[in-house]
Design a protein around this ligand. Sequence first.
Ligand code: NAP
Length: 321
Amino acid sequence: MKGLAAISRDSSPSVSDGTSLLTERTVLRTLGSDMPPRAIVMDGSNVARQLLDQCAERVTEIIARTKVQPCLATVLVGDDPASVTYTRMKRNRCEAIGLRSVKVELPATATTGQVTARIAALAADSTVHGILLQHPVPGHIDERAAFEAIPASKDVDGVTLTSFAATSFGLAHVGYGSCTPAGIMRLLTAYNVEIAGKHAVVIGRSPILGRPLAMMLLVKDATVTICHSKTRYLAEVVMQADIVIAAVGKARFVQGSWIKADSVVVDAGYNPGNVGDVDYDSAVERASMITPVPGGVGPMTIAVLIDHTVTAAATQMRVTL
Ligand code: NAP
Protein backbone atom coordinates (compact mmCIF):
# COMPACT_ATOMS: atom_id res chain seq x y z
CA MET A 1 0.00 0.00 0.00
CA LYS A 2 3.06 2.27 0.12
CA GLY A 3 2.50 3.73 -3.37
CA LEU A 4 -1.17 4.22 -2.76
CA ALA A 5 -0.63 6.45 0.21
CA ALA A 6 0.89 9.05 -2.09
CA ILE A 7 -2.32 9.54 -4.02
CA SER A 8 -4.61 12.24 -2.80
CA ARG A 9 -7.34 14.25 -4.41
CA ASP A 10 -5.03 17.23 -4.72
CA SER A 11 -1.94 15.45 -6.01
CA SER A 12 -0.77 16.05 -9.56
CA PRO A 13 -0.16 12.55 -10.86
CA SER A 14 2.97 11.98 -12.82
CA VAL A 15 2.05 11.92 -16.48
CA SER A 16 3.93 8.72 -17.13
CA ASP A 17 2.06 6.61 -14.58
CA GLY A 18 -1.55 7.55 -15.35
CA THR A 19 -2.58 3.93 -15.90
CA SER A 20 -1.18 2.66 -12.62
CA LEU A 21 -2.82 5.52 -10.74
CA LEU A 22 -6.16 4.65 -12.28
CA THR A 23 -5.74 1.00 -11.42
CA GLU A 24 -4.73 1.78 -7.85
CA ARG A 25 -7.67 4.12 -7.51
CA THR A 26 -10.10 1.49 -8.75
CA VAL A 27 -8.63 -1.04 -6.32
CA LEU A 28 -9.02 1.43 -3.47
CA ARG A 29 -12.65 1.99 -4.36
CA THR A 30 -13.28 -1.72 -4.54
CA LEU A 31 -11.65 -2.23 -1.15
CA GLY A 32 -13.86 0.46 0.32
CA SER A 33 -10.89 2.68 1.18
CA ASP A 34 -11.55 6.00 2.85
CA MET A 35 -9.78 7.71 -0.03
CA PRO A 36 -12.11 10.44 -1.33
CA PRO A 37 -13.92 9.08 -4.41
CA ARG A 38 -12.86 12.01 -6.53
CA ALA A 39 -11.37 12.08 -9.98
CA ILE A 40 -7.70 12.34 -10.81
CA VAL A 41 -7.21 15.88 -12.07
CA MET A 42 -5.54 15.97 -15.48
CA ASP A 43 -2.91 18.67 -15.21
CA GLY A 44 -2.82 20.31 -18.63
CA SER A 45 -0.41 23.00 -17.42
CA ASN A 46 2.15 20.37 -16.52
CA VAL A 47 1.78 18.38 -19.74
CA ALA A 48 1.91 21.60 -21.78
CA ARG A 49 5.09 22.67 -19.98
CA GLN A 50 6.74 19.37 -20.85
CA LEU A 51 5.74 19.80 -24.49
CA LEU A 52 7.03 23.37 -24.59
CA ASP A 53 10.34 22.27 -23.06
CA GLN A 54 10.69 19.72 -25.86
CA CYS A 55 9.80 22.42 -28.41
CA ALA A 56 12.50 24.73 -27.03
CA GLU A 57 15.09 21.96 -27.44
CA ARG A 58 13.96 21.30 -31.01
CA VAL A 59 14.12 25.01 -31.85
CA THR A 60 17.70 25.20 -30.56
CA GLU A 61 18.61 22.20 -32.70
CA ILE A 62 16.94 23.63 -35.82
CA ILE A 63 18.73 26.96 -35.42
CA ALA A 64 22.07 25.21 -34.85
CA ARG A 65 21.65 23.22 -38.05
CA THR A 66 20.05 25.82 -40.36
CA LYS A 67 20.92 29.22 -38.81
CA VAL A 68 17.24 30.01 -39.41
CA GLN A 69 14.85 30.81 -36.55
CA PRO A 70 11.52 29.01 -36.93
CA CYS A 71 8.76 31.59 -37.35
CA LEU A 72 5.01 31.89 -36.75
CA ALA A 73 3.08 34.70 -38.42
CA THR A 74 -0.12 35.85 -36.73
CA VAL A 75 -2.70 37.70 -38.79
CA LEU A 76 -5.18 39.89 -36.91
CA VAL A 77 -8.01 41.68 -38.70
CA GLY A 78 -9.62 44.47 -36.68
CA ASP A 79 -9.14 45.29 -33.01
CA ASP A 80 -11.46 42.97 -31.09
CA PRO A 81 -9.95 43.11 -27.55
CA ALA A 82 -10.11 39.34 -26.95
CA SER A 83 -8.45 38.62 -30.32
CA VAL A 84 -5.75 41.23 -29.63
CA THR A 85 -5.04 39.53 -26.30
CA TYR A 86 -5.02 36.01 -27.78
CA THR A 87 -2.60 36.90 -30.58
CA ARG A 88 -0.30 38.73 -28.16
CA MET A 89 -0.28 35.71 -25.82
CA LYS A 90 0.58 33.40 -28.71
CA ARG A 91 3.42 35.64 -29.91
CA ASN A 92 4.82 36.02 -26.39
CA ARG A 93 4.78 32.27 -25.88
CA CYS A 94 6.54 31.76 -29.22
CA GLU A 95 9.28 34.19 -28.35
CA ALA A 96 9.71 32.66 -24.88
CA ILE A 97 10.77 29.37 -26.40
CA GLY A 98 12.96 30.84 -29.14
CA LEU A 99 10.60 31.14 -32.10
CA ARG A 100 10.42 34.30 -34.16
CA SER A 101 6.99 35.83 -34.48
CA VAL A 102 5.71 38.11 -37.19
CA LYS A 103 2.71 40.30 -36.49
CA VAL A 104 0.40 41.25 -39.37
CA GLU A 105 -2.42 43.61 -38.47
CA LEU A 106 -5.14 44.70 -40.87
CA PRO A 107 -7.92 47.20 -40.20
CA ALA A 108 -11.47 45.98 -39.49
CA THR A 109 -12.42 47.47 -42.87
CA ALA A 110 -10.06 45.16 -44.80
CA THR A 111 -11.66 43.22 -47.65
CA THR A 112 -11.49 39.47 -48.16
CA GLY A 113 -9.12 40.14 -51.08
CA GLN A 114 -6.78 42.19 -48.91
CA VAL A 115 -6.70 39.53 -46.21
CA THR A 116 -6.08 36.66 -48.64
CA ALA A 117 -3.37 38.71 -50.40
CA ARG A 118 -1.48 39.23 -47.12
CA ILE A 119 -1.80 35.54 -46.28
CA ALA A 120 -0.60 34.59 -49.77
CA ALA A 121 2.47 36.79 -49.25
CA LEU A 122 3.24 34.99 -45.99
CA ALA A 123 2.68 31.66 -47.73
CA ALA A 124 5.31 32.60 -50.31
CA ASP A 125 7.81 33.77 -47.67
CA SER A 126 10.24 30.93 -46.96
CA THR A 127 11.27 32.50 -43.63
CA VAL A 128 7.70 32.10 -42.30
CA HIS A 129 6.91 28.50 -41.35
CA GLY A 130 3.46 28.75 -39.77
CA ILE A 131 0.50 31.08 -40.36
CA LEU A 132 -2.30 31.70 -37.89
CA LEU A 133 -5.34 33.77 -38.85
CA GLN A 134 -6.97 34.87 -35.59
CA HIS A 135 -10.67 34.18 -35.76
CA PRO A 136 -13.46 35.14 -35.79
CA VAL A 137 -12.71 37.72 -38.48
CA PRO A 138 -15.11 40.66 -39.05
CA GLY A 139 -18.43 39.47 -40.47
CA HIS A 140 -18.04 40.93 -43.97
CA ILE A 141 -14.94 38.82 -44.63
CA ASP A 142 -15.27 35.37 -46.20
CA GLU A 143 -13.53 33.49 -43.41
CA ARG A 144 -13.37 30.21 -45.32
CA ALA A 145 -11.68 31.92 -48.28
CA ALA A 146 -9.17 33.52 -45.89
CA PHE A 147 -8.41 30.18 -44.22
CA GLU A 148 -7.98 28.46 -47.57
CA ALA A 149 -5.28 30.99 -48.55
CA ILE A 150 -3.06 29.23 -45.99
CA PRO A 151 -1.16 26.31 -47.57
CA ALA A 152 -1.57 23.05 -45.64
CA SER A 153 2.19 22.96 -45.02
CA LYS A 154 1.92 26.20 -42.99
CA ASP A 155 -1.55 25.58 -41.52
CA VAL A 156 -0.27 25.09 -37.97
CA ASP A 157 -3.67 26.05 -36.50
CA GLY A 158 -5.38 23.28 -38.49
CA VAL A 159 -8.15 25.39 -40.02
CA THR A 160 -8.06 24.46 -43.70
CA LEU A 161 -10.24 21.92 -45.46
CA THR A 162 -7.12 19.94 -46.34
CA SER A 163 -6.08 19.77 -42.69
CA PHE A 164 -9.57 18.64 -41.67
CA ALA A 165 -9.64 15.97 -44.34
CA ALA A 166 -6.18 14.77 -43.30
CA THR A 167 -7.31 14.68 -39.66
CA SER A 168 -10.38 12.67 -40.63
CA PHE A 169 -8.33 10.14 -42.57
CA GLY A 170 -5.56 9.99 -39.96
CA LEU A 171 -2.95 11.28 -42.41
CA ALA A 172 -0.44 12.82 -40.04
CA HIS A 173 1.93 13.90 -42.82
CA VAL A 174 -0.60 16.29 -44.43
CA GLY A 175 -1.52 19.55 -42.70
CA TYR A 176 -1.96 19.80 -38.94
CA GLY A 177 -4.79 18.96 -36.58
CA SER A 178 -6.84 21.74 -35.07
CA CYS A 179 -4.92 22.81 -31.96
CA THR A 180 -7.49 22.44 -29.17
CA PRO A 181 -8.62 18.94 -30.22
CA ALA A 182 -5.01 17.91 -30.84
CA GLY A 183 -4.17 19.21 -27.36
CA ILE A 184 -7.00 17.15 -25.86
CA MET A 185 -5.73 14.03 -27.63
CA ARG A 186 -2.22 14.63 -26.28
CA LEU A 187 -3.59 15.08 -22.78
CA LEU A 188 -5.52 11.81 -23.01
CA THR A 189 -2.37 10.10 -24.26
CA ALA A 190 -0.24 11.63 -21.49
CA TYR A 191 -2.62 10.15 -18.92
CA ASN A 192 -2.72 6.78 -20.70
CA VAL A 193 -6.47 7.01 -21.28
CA GLU A 194 -7.53 4.02 -23.35
CA ILE A 195 -9.48 5.19 -26.40
CA ALA A 196 -9.89 2.17 -28.68
CA GLY A 197 -13.29 0.57 -28.22
CA LYS A 198 -14.48 3.21 -25.76
CA HIS A 199 -17.65 5.21 -26.27
CA ALA A 200 -16.68 8.87 -26.60
CA VAL A 201 -19.44 11.47 -26.48
CA VAL A 202 -18.43 14.85 -27.88
CA ILE A 203 -20.82 17.69 -27.03
CA GLY A 204 -20.34 20.36 -29.70
CA ARG A 205 -19.63 20.17 -33.43
CA SER A 206 -17.77 23.41 -34.21
CA PRO A 207 -15.22 23.30 -37.05
CA ILE A 208 -12.33 24.06 -34.69
CA LEU A 209 -13.25 21.84 -31.79
CA GLY A 210 -16.03 19.25 -31.60
CA ARG A 211 -15.95 18.12 -35.22
CA PRO A 212 -12.19 17.57 -35.65
CA LEU A 213 -11.98 16.06 -32.16
CA ALA A 214 -14.65 13.52 -33.07
CA MET A 215 -12.58 12.58 -36.13
CA MET A 216 -9.40 12.23 -34.07
CA LEU A 217 -11.19 9.95 -31.60
CA LEU A 218 -12.59 7.91 -34.49
CA VAL A 219 -9.12 7.51 -35.98
CA LYS A 220 -8.06 6.13 -32.57
CA ASP A 221 -10.89 3.56 -32.79
CA ALA A 222 -13.34 5.08 -30.31
CA THR A 223 -17.05 4.69 -30.94
CA VAL A 224 -18.00 8.34 -31.28
CA THR A 225 -21.28 10.14 -30.69
CA ILE A 226 -21.41 13.81 -31.64
CA CYS A 227 -24.03 15.92 -29.84
CA HIS A 228 -25.19 19.44 -30.67
CA SER A 229 -27.98 21.90 -29.97
CA LYS A 230 -30.60 19.71 -31.67
CA THR A 231 -29.62 16.51 -29.86
CA ARG A 232 -32.50 14.97 -27.95
CA TYR A 233 -32.12 13.30 -24.56
CA LEU A 234 -28.60 14.71 -24.17
CA ALA A 235 -28.22 13.68 -20.53
CA GLU A 236 -29.10 10.06 -21.40
CA VAL A 237 -26.59 10.03 -24.25
CA VAL A 238 -23.83 11.44 -22.03
CA MET A 239 -24.63 8.81 -19.38
CA GLN A 240 -23.49 6.13 -21.84
CA ALA A 241 -20.06 7.67 -22.36
CA ASP A 242 -16.74 6.28 -21.23
CA ILE A 243 -15.15 9.55 -22.34
CA VAL A 244 -17.09 12.84 -22.28
CA ILE A 245 -15.81 15.92 -24.07
CA ALA A 246 -17.68 19.15 -23.35
CA ALA A 247 -17.21 21.81 -26.04
CA VAL A 248 -20.47 23.71 -25.77
CA GLY A 249 -19.64 27.26 -24.72
CA LYS A 250 -22.14 27.28 -21.85
CA ALA A 251 -20.92 27.64 -18.28
CA ARG A 252 -21.34 24.55 -16.04
CA PHE A 253 -23.67 23.01 -18.64
CA VAL A 254 -22.77 19.32 -18.21
CA GLN A 255 -24.03 18.06 -14.85
CA GLY A 256 -22.31 15.53 -12.61
CA SER A 257 -25.50 13.46 -12.59
CA TRP A 258 -25.00 12.88 -16.36
CA ILE A 259 -21.56 11.36 -15.82
CA LYS A 260 -21.26 7.58 -15.73
CA ALA A 261 -19.18 6.47 -12.76
CA ASP A 262 -15.46 6.25 -13.57
CA SER A 263 -15.69 7.88 -16.99
CA VAL A 264 -13.11 10.40 -18.20
CA VAL A 265 -14.35 13.98 -18.46
CA VAL A 266 -12.60 16.60 -20.58
CA ASP A 267 -13.85 20.16 -20.28
CA ALA A 268 -12.84 22.23 -23.31
CA GLY A 269 -15.07 25.12 -22.30
CA TYR A 270 -13.77 28.49 -21.33
CA ASN A 271 -16.44 30.93 -20.22
CA PRO A 272 -16.32 34.31 -18.49
CA GLY A 273 -14.95 34.02 -14.97
CA ASN A 274 -12.63 31.11 -15.86
CA VAL A 275 -15.55 28.68 -15.80
CA GLY A 276 -15.75 25.55 -17.92
CA ASP A 277 -18.66 23.82 -19.67
CA VAL A 278 -18.81 21.12 -16.97
CA ASP A 279 -20.19 21.54 -13.47
CA TYR A 280 -16.83 20.58 -11.99
CA ASP A 281 -17.88 20.17 -8.35
CA SER A 282 -20.48 17.51 -9.15
CA ALA A 283 -18.58 15.84 -12.01
CA VAL A 284 -15.38 15.42 -10.00
CA GLU A 285 -17.28 13.15 -7.61
CA ARG A 286 -18.19 10.68 -10.37
CA ALA A 287 -15.44 10.75 -12.99
CA SER A 288 -12.22 8.77 -12.79
CA MET A 289 -10.29 11.62 -14.44
CA ILE A 290 -11.26 15.19 -15.19
CA THR A 291 -9.65 18.33 -16.60
CA PRO A 292 -9.86 21.51 -14.53
CA VAL A 293 -10.66 24.98 -15.85
CA PRO A 294 -8.31 26.77 -15.94
CA GLY A 295 -5.23 24.56 -16.19
CA GLY A 296 -6.65 21.72 -18.29
CA VAL A 297 -7.28 22.02 -22.02
CA GLY A 298 -6.37 25.72 -22.36
CA PRO A 299 -2.60 25.44 -21.86
CA MET A 300 -2.49 22.46 -24.24
CA THR A 301 -3.92 24.50 -27.11
CA ILE A 302 -1.10 27.02 -27.27
CA ALA A 303 1.57 24.38 -26.63
CA VAL A 304 0.28 22.36 -29.58
CA LEU A 305 0.27 25.47 -31.80
CA ILE A 306 3.95 25.94 -31.00
CA ASP A 307 4.71 22.25 -31.45
CA HIS A 308 3.08 22.36 -34.90
CA THR A 309 5.10 25.45 -35.84
CA VAL A 310 8.35 23.78 -34.85
CA THR A 311 7.40 20.68 -36.82
CA ALA A 312 6.43 22.83 -39.83
CA ALA A 313 9.79 24.61 -39.70
CA ALA A 314 11.71 21.33 -39.45
CA THR A 315 9.71 19.84 -42.33
CA GLN A 316 10.08 22.86 -44.59
CA MET A 317 13.83 23.07 -43.94
CA ARG A 318 14.22 19.30 -44.20
CA VAL A 319 15.65 18.92 -40.71
CA THR A 320 15.15 15.48 -39.18
CA LEU A 321 15.04 15.77 -35.40
P1 NAP B 1 -19.20 27.10 -30.76
O1 NAP B 1 -18.62 27.32 -32.09
O2 NAP B 1 -20.14 28.11 -30.20
O3 NAP B 1 -19.90 25.66 -30.76
C1 NAP B 1 -20.66 25.24 -29.67
C2 NAP B 1 -21.27 23.90 -29.97
O4 NAP B 1 -22.07 23.53 -28.87
C3 NAP B 1 -22.15 23.89 -31.23
O5 NAP B 1 -21.88 22.76 -32.01
C4 NAP B 1 -23.55 23.86 -30.66
O6 NAP B 1 -24.48 23.14 -31.44
C5 NAP B 1 -23.34 23.12 -29.36
N1 NAP B 1 -24.39 23.43 -28.40
C6 NAP B 1 -24.85 24.64 -28.06
N2 NAP B 1 -25.86 24.53 -27.19
C7 NAP B 1 -26.03 23.21 -26.97
C8 NAP B 1 -26.92 22.47 -26.19
N3 NAP B 1 -27.88 23.03 -25.43
N4 NAP B 1 -26.84 21.11 -26.22
C9 NAP B 1 -25.90 20.51 -26.97
N5 NAP B 1 -25.02 21.17 -27.73
C10 NAP B 1 -25.09 22.52 -27.75
O7 NAP B 1 -18.05 26.94 -29.66
P2 NAP B 1 -16.53 26.39 -29.80
O8 NAP B 1 -15.70 27.38 -30.50
O9 NAP B 1 -16.55 24.99 -30.27
O10 NAP B 1 -16.12 26.42 -28.27
C11 NAP B 1 -16.74 25.61 -27.31
C12 NAP B 1 -16.17 25.94 -25.94
O11 NAP B 1 -14.77 25.69 -25.97
C13 NAP B 1 -16.31 27.42 -25.55
O12 NAP B 1 -16.49 27.48 -24.13
C14 NAP B 1 -14.97 28.02 -25.91
O13 NAP B 1 -14.65 29.15 -25.13
C15 NAP B 1 -14.05 26.87 -25.60
N6 NAP B 1 -12.79 26.89 -26.34
C16 NAP B 1 -11.66 26.70 -25.63
C17 NAP B 1 -10.45 26.69 -26.26
C18 NAP B 1 -9.22 26.48 -25.46
O14 NAP B 1 -8.12 26.65 -25.95
N7 NAP B 1 -9.36 26.07 -24.21
C19 NAP B 1 -10.35 26.87 -27.64
C20 NAP B 1 -11.54 27.03 -28.37
C21 NAP B 1 -12.76 27.04 -27.70
P3 NAP B 1 -24.94 23.62 -32.92
O15 NAP B 1 -23.81 23.23 -33.83
O16 NAP B 1 -26.18 22.88 -33.16
O17 NAP B 1 -25.13 25.12 -32.84
